[in-house]
Design a protein around this ligand. Structure first.
Ligand SMILES: [Zn+2]
Length: 284
């Protein structure tokens, strides 16, 4: 089920493709990609031959070896991105085609985070989860941007949704899915399959690295309390999967996560409170 290496498409990292498809088809005016110094030249040359413009922005806040590369269909939009970077997230969000409801909830969460005297970043996936009534929609699953700490092409939206049932995000995701399917049907099928996998999400603990997607993705099925699985991988940070690999079914309770193998209890992870780990059952 899981892949560690993602194929290059047209000489570009496949992790760029869903955003790039949206850009080329006018669903967004610009996009950004966090590229290392060694890959940036190649990506820009390739982008250039596609008739797109690019500019190198600032360094990534936590991953200092990565730079933001802004890409747009018009050179003036690339300049707008550079001006808005870090100073004007609202404008940047609009240029990137993010829904207004998600931009305002993003900004509201940032403000509240500062008012509450916190450092680091707000825990956006957790906040989106807590704002989600009923089952989260797999199309707007944005937790697989990274798997095993590597960038993946398994996303349709590239923003933090206001909730995992945000209607505007869902419309955007459905359009992107259709466009990817027209051009790269194999990739579209893979994206759909991955976005439906259940995720066990832990709170971001602001340890100085970007770990907002602090959790695990399971190859399996879930009802929101249980996950039945045959494989597991960490998302953003290199967390050990050993406890889960011993079993094939887990039960997420208020104060602990019990892990079973063929019905036999093989492990237990304590929790301090109910929300310390939550299951996002993206499987439909
Ligand atoms: Zn929204």
């Amino acid at each position: 089920m899981f892949y560690y290496r993602y194929p290059k498409i047209h000489g570009l990292p496949s992790a760029m493709i869903p955003a790039l498809v949206g850009l080329r088809h006018g669903l967004r005016e610009a996009m950004s990609y966090e590229a290392t110094a060694s890959e940036i030249g190649r990506i820009r040359a390739r982008i250039n031959t596609m008739g797109l413009y690019s500019a190198i922005g600032g360094k990534h806040r936590y991953e200092q070896e990565r730079f933001f590369l802004y890409i747009a269909r018009q050179s003036k939009v690339v300049q707008q991105c550079l001006r808005a970077e870090r100073r004007d997230p609202e404008t940047l969000g609009r240029i990137f085609g993010y829904p207004e409801c998600c931009i305002s909830s993003f900004l509201h969460r940032w403000r509240q985070h500062k008012i509450d005297g916190n450092s680091g970043e707000p825990d956006f996936p957790y906040l989106a989860f807590s704002n989600t009534r009923r089952r989260p929609r797999p199309e707007i699953n944005n937790l697989l941007w990274y798997m095993n700490d590597s960038r993946t092409p398994y996303y349709l939206i590239s923003h933090f949704p206001c909730s995992y049932r945000c209607k505007k995000s869902l419309d955007y995701a459905k359009n992107i899915d259709r466009l990817i399917n027209d051009e790269y049907s194999r990739l579209a099928r893979r994206i759909r399959a991955y976005l439906c996998l259940p995720i066990l999400l832990f709170p971001n603990n602001n340890r100085g690295i970007r770990d907002e997607n602090n959790g695990f993705v399971f190859s399996g099925q879930s009802d929101g309390l249980w996950i039945i699985y045959n494989d597991v991988h960490p998302l953003r940070t290199a967390r050990s999967t050993r406890a889960f690999m011993n079993g094939n079914r887990l039960h997420n309770m208020n104060r602990k996560i019990d892990i079973y193998h063929n019905g036999r209890l093989v492990g237990s992870i304590p929790k301090n409170h109910r929300l310390e780990a939550v299951i996002l059952p993206f499987d439909p």
